[in-house]
Every structure is written in structure tokens, then in C-alpha cells.
Design a protein around this ligand. Structure first.
Ligand code: XMP
Length: 519
């Protein structure tokens, strides 16, 4: 467990619980999210939080069997902030009353402070205009305050928009301070953590030193292999581990023949030539492309690629003096166990390939030095470790590579066409200075031919789709609003410069209902 000042977020299943953690991490506060049903007295003793935040959630505290917090949490003498469902749990468990909502309130609202608390420290820097815009989303409402609580803020639809017990430093809000739609929510969270005495000791510099120590303690003099994909996460993990154990680490970069133009050279030269990190460049394109020959079903493509990655890693683990550890760039959002109220397993939309399935099969122990970090923290750590900015800002690229950007059966020829078109699209984006505004951009080569006319001749070639999205975490996404000029210029370049494509379309589907990749 981290040695830093710790804040515990008890998750009641809100869609936006992760945002609470992100906001706090931005404030240099180390926090962890734990589902309410895993937080018991023993856990609280072990975790020893300096403060606790209770998240929102979809349940109603008036419903039988609805989630509660362990009572001990309110008896530890640490500040508690309840958000939405968390507010209702606090009121209910501390002696107030919550009633089922005849009055549902969703969306924008304005909170004003009560005269008695307007100048309190919890409101430092707020209410400059007399009121604050907040985002409400609740069905139930508190009708009787728990003993010790006073009203801090009200809104037209929520007379108890914010309540507090200053003696115990318990606060509870009906709105969501963690979302962007509450523009000054971050200030409220900051005031709360300052009241709780956090000094903000969670920095990437401190984390780097600690992580290095931890890796050394875990690995001893054992050997580690690290699957390097060329993405930010695995690159940062590799550099951190290399700093910790030097030559005991060997990276394996699997070239499955589904990479973008120039990608293998870029990754290999950076790690082998610039950083001197031992690297096996496994050219396995024949193995992968052979196995994918004639395969057009997206799930079979994904599973075939996943299986072959396992085979290749197994071979290389043996070849580097029997490595016992496998390193991967798992991030905190992959680790957080979200609370499911439906009880059943969620539907598999796509079998994402990552190497999470490896260890059981290979009997390797995992080294995951980024398990506690969010993506923006990984980028900060990458900067700390000296990774070049253009590498840190690279768009995500999926494990199965171009296979899932070439719907239908894959061939060498199609992949070549796709690589060229993709390189032009990315070049266009860079030339227009848009690369860093976009989460991810790529071309999908469609399994459709269309008729065109070039010069005096007829063409009958492939159509392609441009895809560019903005997103915070890849879970939801919006298409990027290029200008018509940009799109026209890009289409002209692709059709003019790439033999094999005579038609360009722009995919303007958001996620949901679409997904970012085409397969
Ligand atoms: P979708 O297509 O599910 O993609 O909206 C969301 C994000 O995940 C990436 N992605 C993958 N990343 N292995 C990966 O490492 C995969 O199998 C995989 N499939 C999708 C995708 O590029 C986007 O950033």
C-alpha cells in the first residue's frame, strides 16, 4: 500500500466515480476506489485513510437491501464527504431521513450558500458571483438532517443541496462536484482535502523513486520480459523497470505485420539505440498473417491474434534465460472493480487484446508498476523519465493493430494500401496542428470497391473511412469536427497518392452507439 497520505473513495456504483479519483490525483492526493461491499472494518484499519469520499450510485437508500457504508467509517475521526447517493447514505446512517423522490432533478442547477456558512473554509474561492453552477442527478432527497448537520447551500430544486457538520468535518452534497459540468467542483474538492490536512505529497517524482524500490524488492535478481507495443503505457513501464533492474529486463517487441508505416523502426530505434534497453525485435508477421489468412470475423481475428501473442511470449521468455516475471503496462482504470447492480456479467462488445490472460498460462509473475496510475499520470511519469514529448503524446494504437482497421479478410496488398492512406491522414493532421487535440485518428480500409474516374480512365478501387475522435478515456467519444477544407484536401491527397483507393468517407459516429475501432 502506498506510503502517501491516502484518501479512500467508497464506490456505490456511480458512472462517474473514477472522475472523483482523477480530480484528486490532479490535486496531488493519493486515493483509491473500493466498492462499498469490500470496505469492512478490517480494511479500514489497514487502509487508514486521512479522509473518505462516498460516491454517488444508482440505488435508492429507501429501497430494501440498498448499499450502506460500514458504520466504523463515521467513527474514525476523519473527514467524510458524501456525494449524491453518498449524501443520502450519510443522512440515513447518521440519524436523518431520506424520502423517495417525487421530485427528480437532473442537469444544471445553481447553488447559493446559506448566510451562516458563506465565509467557511469549505467555500474558499467559491461564490464570487453569489452562486455556483452545479450538475445535479438524483431522484431521492434528504427530508430531515442528521443531528449535528446544518444547511450549507441550497438550490431551487434541492433545499439541502449541501449540508455539513463542521465539528466532525462531515460534508454532503446532492450535486456532483467531480464532473466538468460543475465548473468549480474542483475547488470544493480541494477545500475538502485541505481541511482534511492533505499536503499534496503525491507527485510523479516521488512515485518514480518508490516504484523503482518496489520493483527491485519484487524481482530480486530474477529476469523480466516486457511486451513492448510502442504505446505510452508499455514504454513507460519498460523505462521504469529498466531504471530499477537494468539488464535483468528484456523487452519483446512483437511485429505482427499489422503495424503502421515506419512504426517498427521508430520503436526499435528508440529503445535499442537511444535508451540502450535490451530488446528482441520479433518479426512474426508471417506467423500472424498466415493464421489470419481468409479470416473475416472480427472476434476470430482478435482471438487468433491474442493466442499468437501468447505463443510468441512463451517462446521468448524461455530464450532469455528463463524469465520468471512478465511486465505489463496495466493502468488503474483497468484494475478498478466496478460495482455491478445488475448482478450478471456484462456483454462482451469486443475481446480486447491485452496480455492479462498470459500469466496463468505461462506461470509468470506479473510486474505492473503503473497499476496505481491514470493515463495522464503515466504521461507525466514518462516526461519525468525523459521520454520524448512526441512519443508521450502518441495516439493509442490497439494490440490487434491494422487487422481491426481492415474489415473483412486481410491481405498484404490491402495492408499496404491502408498504411499509405493512414500515413497521409496523420500527416495532414500534424500539418494542420491538430494532432494533440485528437484522442485517436486513423483510416479504415473498407471491403467495398467503387467506380471512379481519374484522368480519362475508369477506376474500380477501394473506399476508405477516416476516423478521428475526441475522448477522455476511450470509453465514450465524439467525432472530431474537421473543416470541410481539411476533409476535402485530405481526400484529394489520399486518392491522388494512394493507388488502390478512389473514394474517401468520414465516419461521424460517436461512441456510443459506435465504437472507436471498426471491429
Ligand atoms: P473501441 O473500439 O472499443 O476502442 O471503442 C476503445 C479504445 O481501445 C482501443 N482498443 C484496443 N486496445 N487492444 C488494445 O490494446 C485491443 O484489442 C483494443 N481494441 C480497441 C481502441 O484503439 C480505442 O483507443
Amino acid at each position: 500500500m502506498s506510503k502517501h497520505e491516502r484518501l479512500l473513495i467508497v464506490d456505490f456504483g456511480s458512472q462517474v466515480t473514477q472522475l472523483i479519483a482523477r480530480r484528486l490525483r490532479e490535486l496531488n492526493v493519493y486515493c483509491e476506489i473500493h466498492p462499498f461491499n469490500t470496505v469492512d472494518d478490517a480494511f479500514l484499519d489497514r487502509f487508514a485513510p486521512r479522509a473518505v469520499i462516498l460516491s454517488g450510485g444508482p440505488a435508492s437508500v429507501t429501497a430494501q437491501g440498498s448499499p450502506r457504508a460500514p458504520q466504523k467509517l463515521f467513527e474514525m475521526g476523519v473527514p467524510v464527504l458524501g456525494i449524491c447517493y453518498g449524501q443520502q447514505v450519510m443522512m440515513e446512517q447518521l440519524g436523518g431521513r431520506v424520502e423517495s423522490g417525487h421530485h427528480r432533478e437532473f442537469g444544471r442547477a445553481f447553488v447559493t450558500p446559506t448566510a451562516a456558512h458563506e465565509g467557511d473554509r469549505i467555500f474558499t474561492g467559491l461564490f464570487a458571483t453569489g452562486r455556483e453552477e452545479v450538475w445535479m442527478s438524483h431522484g431521492d432527497r434528504v427530508t430531515a438532517l442528521a443531528p449535528g448537520f446544518e444547511v450549507y447551500g441550497t438550490s431551487p430544486g434541492a433545499p439541502l443541496a449541501m449540508v455539513g457538520d463542521p465539528a466532525r468535518q462531515f460534508y454532503a452534497v446532492q450535486f456532483h462536484p467531480e464532473v466538468h459540468h460543475t465548473p468549480n467542483g474542483r475547488i470544493l474538492l480541494e477545500n475538502f482535502i485541505r481541511l482534511a490536512g492533505f499536503t499534496g505529497d503525491w507527485t510523479m517524482g516521488a512515485y518514480r523513486a518508490e516504484a523503482v524500490e518496489k520493483i527491485r524488492a519484487q524481482v530480486g535478481n530474477g529476469k523480466v520480459i516486457c511486451g513492448l507495443s510502442g504505446g505510452v503505457d508499455s514504454s513507460v513501464a519498460a523505462m521504469l523497470i529498466h531504471e530499477a533492474i537494468g539488464e535483468q529486463l528484456t523487452c519483446v517487441f512483437v511485429d505482427h505485420g499489422l503495424l503502421r508505416q515506419g512504426e517498427a523502426d521508430e520503436v526499435v530505434s528508440m529503445f535499442r539505440d537511444h535508451y540502450n534497453i535490451p530488446l528482441i525485435h520479433a518479426d512474426e508477421s508471417e506467423l500472424f498473417l498466415g493464421a489470419l489468412d481468409g479470416v473475416s470475423d472480427p472476434e476470430i481475428k482478435r482471438k487468433t491474434i491474442g493466442r499468437l501473442f501468447i505463443e510468441v511470449f512463451e517462446r521468448h521468455a524461455k530464450s532469455v534465460g528463463d524469465a520468471k516475471f512478465l511486465a505489463q503496462g496495466t493502468l488503474y482504470p483497468d484494475v478498478i472493480e466496478s460495482v455491478s447492480f445488475s448482478g450478471g456479467p456484462s456483454v462482451t462488445i469486443k475481446s480486447h487484446h491485452n496480455v492479462g490472460g498470459l500469466p496463468e498460462k505461462m506461470g509468470l509473475k506479473l510486474v505492473e508498476p503503473l497499476r496505481e496510475l491514470f493515463k495522464d499520470e503515466v504521461r507525466a511519469l514518462g516526461r519525468e523519465l525523459g521520454l520524448p514529448a512526441h512519443f508521450i503524446g502518441r495516439h493509442p494504437f490497439p494490440g490487434p493493430g491494422l487487422a481491426i482497421r481492415c474489415p473483412g479478410a486481410i491481405s498484404h496488398d490491402k495492408l499496404e494500401i491502408l498504411r499509405k492512406a493512414d500515413a497521409i491522414f496523420i500527416d495532414q493532421i500534424r500539418r494542420h496542428g491538430l494532432y494533440d487535440d485528437i484522442w485517436q485518428a486513423f483510416v479504415a480500409l473498407l471491403p467495398v470497391r467503387s467506380v471512379g474516374v481519374m484522368g480519362d480512365g475508369r477506376t474500380y478501387e477501394y473506399a476508405c473511412a477516416l476516423r478521428a475522435v475526441t475522448s477522455v478515456d476511450g470509453m465514450t467519444a465524439d467525432y472530431y469536427p474537421f473543416t470541410h477544407e481539411f476533409l476535402g484536401e485530405t481526400a484529394t491527397r489520399i486518392v491522388g497518392e494512394v493507388q488502390g483507393i478512389n473514394r474517401v468517407t468520414y465516419d461521424i459516429t460517436s461512441k456510443p452507439p459506435g465504437t472507436i475501432e471498426w471491429e
